[in-house]
Write a protein that binds this ligand. Structure first.
Ligand code: BES
Ligand code: ZN
Ligand code: ZN
Length: 502
């Protein structure tokens, strides 16, 4: 799909559907909506009255046929909700909802005004970026395994009408950034949505290599089993040993010549989590191809870095394997020694993510970064605590945590901090090793996983993002988050890295 910008009056738009907007309580629209209303001989005003359409909830809409009163076939009147609550996230959702509505009438082309361009306190470039994100992210479909007749109709072009000539350049820049952020998110979504047989650790690595291929700013180093052994990553190898697929550890690097800060991003990348010998029940296992969403987010970020080129140095670390039961699998009671020397008693093979991350974080800490962030579908408890739309954050550095939460706010990705409570360290005590890989049953499962990880970061400023909830969308509640992989974290980390560069 293509988004273009025209400095022409919107009434002249020759598209299948034209989107105009309305703030809550407006009964006689001005601006672009007013101009379209005039062309339609007051039909919008009339319909507002008739439907008692108050536009209180952003994303509510009604559709009108134009009956040749203008070149567009349909006009979609979209509510922006109340002016007081209006922000970039509302723009994203409204733009996304326009796509959802346009698809219902099988529109191929859509015209729209830039929502909120004139609203007080909002930056027009950021408005344009948010709108483009809403449009691109809502248009995302994963239908490569469906036959042609079963594929959904797609919108091929969206035209943004911007009457004010002086704003065109800024809006164009915003749209371009929106496209970069959305494409990177879509890349992560694709990886998550691929069936596990088509996204083995090996294929994940090939994706990393593909991203690194073109741009000179990105490099990649791949460690195979023997090299991983040499690094001393025995916790990771323990998880991998039950599977017939080879494990891989990937170290990607992006470096801007003027970089002053070094950041490590570590992503959990279990391409399928069966639970191992602590086997998951079928329903819980059904979506476990998504257990590499953290790694996918890191890859998404790298594809974004090659576009936005922030002045930072970024290391992407991904330890990828399957978690499978077999005659070779880890047994309960096995003890593994992580790269930093810490020994871990494995009392539940389904708590495998923290084992792989123990080694990755040990490796990352050696790079002496200014900040280290891991992103992982780590605990079911995070879903219980925060549900499907909120990422849990834990960390050892208040400033870093705050910066990440703020970056999430800009990206439209909600993050909530949980405390790394010292008192709960006791839950991780093992009778035979330095630690065990599970906490106290039914008690602060997300925090104990965070505390576990903390043992491997040394004194590096570190934050842990548990995306077990938001990584996978079960049902569509938000226009631009279709069911399946969400690509959560890509835009937040992109925003964060840009703020590090500033
Ligand atoms: N990959 C799962 C966590 C998960 C659950 C992600 C649901 C997304 C949705 C992780 O490896 C796991 O199984 N964790 C266990 C830990 C427990 C055994 C201490 C869990 O949360 O049950
Ligand atoms: Zn697991
Ligand atoms: Zn897992």
């Amino acid at each position: 799909m293509k988004i273009s910008i025209h400095a022409r009056p919107i009434e002249k738009a020759n598209v299948d559907v034209l989107v105009v907007n309305l703030f809550a309580g407006v009964t006689s629209p001005h601006g672009a909506t007013g101009a379209v209303d005039k062309k339609l001989k007051g039909l919008i005003r009339h319909r507002i009255k008739e439907l008692d359409f108050r536009a209180e909830k952003a994303g509510e809409s009604f559709l009108l046929e134009t009956h040749r009163l203008m070149p567009a076939r349909y006009v979609l009147v979209m509510s922006l909700g109340s002016r007081r609550k209006f922000d970039y996230e509302v723009i994203r959702r409204v733009a996304g909802q326009s796509v959802v509505e346009a698809r219902k009438i099988k529109a191929r082309t859509m015209g729209t005004v830039l929502h909120g361009a004139g609203a007080a306190g909002l930056d027009p470039q950021q408005c344009a970026q948010s709108m483009a994100e809403g449009i691109f992210l809502a248009s995302y479909v994963f239908d490569k395994y469906k036959k042609k007749e079963k594929k959904k109709a797609r919108i091929s072009e969206v035209v943004v009408y911007q009457r004010d000539e002086s704003q065109v350049a800024v809006v164009r820049r915003g749209i371009k950034r929106g496209k970069y952020f959305s494409s990177a998110t879509a890349r992560a979504r694709d990886l998550v949505n691929e069936p596990p047989q088509a996204l083995s650790p090996k294929i994940l690595v090939e994706n990393a290599q593909k991203i690194a291929q073109g741009p000179a700013s990105v490099s990649v180093e791949v460690f195979e089993r023997e090299a991983i052994k040499k690094l001393g990553m025995n916790a990771f190898l323990g998880v991998a040993q039950g599977s017939d697929e080879e494990p891989y550890f990937v170290h990607m690097m992006y470096k801007h010549p003027q970089a002053k800060k070094r950041v490590v991003l570590a992503g959990k990348a279990i391409t399928f989590d069966s639970g191992g010998l602590s086997l998951k029940p079928s329903e819980a296992m059904a979506t476990m191809k998504m257990d590499m969403a953290g790694g996918a987010a890191v890859l998404g970020v790298f594809s974004l870095l090659t576009k936005i080129l922030p002045k930072v140095e970024v290391h992407g670390l991904i330890a990828s394997c399957e978690n499978m039961p077999s005659g070779k699998a880890l047994k309960l009671g096995d003890v593994v020694r992580a790269m930093n020397g810490t020994t871990v008693e494995v009392l539940n093979t389904d708590a495998e993510g923290r084992l792989t991350l123990a080694d990755v974080l040990s490796y990352g800490a050696k790079l002496k970064p200014d900040a280290m962030i891991d992103i992982a579908t780590l605990t079911g408890a995070a879903v219980v605590a925060l549900g499907d739309y909120i990422t849990a954050l834990m960390g050892n550095d208040a400033r870093l945590s705050e910066d990440l939460i703020k970056a999430g706010g800009r990206a439209g990705e909600k993050i909530w901090q949980l405390p790394l409570e010292d008192l709960y360290e006791d839950h991780l005590k093992s009778k035979v090793a330095d630690m065990k890989n599970i906490g106290k049953r039914g008690s602060a499962g997300t925090i104990s996983a965070g505390l576990f990880l903390q043992h491997f970061v040394g004194n590096i400023p570190w934050a842990h993002l548990d995306i077990a909830g938001p990584a996978w969308i079960e049902q569509q509640d938000i226009s631009y988050l279709p069911p399946g992989g969400s690509g959560v974290g890509v835009r937040t980390m992109g925003e964060f890295l840009e703020s590090m560069a500033a």
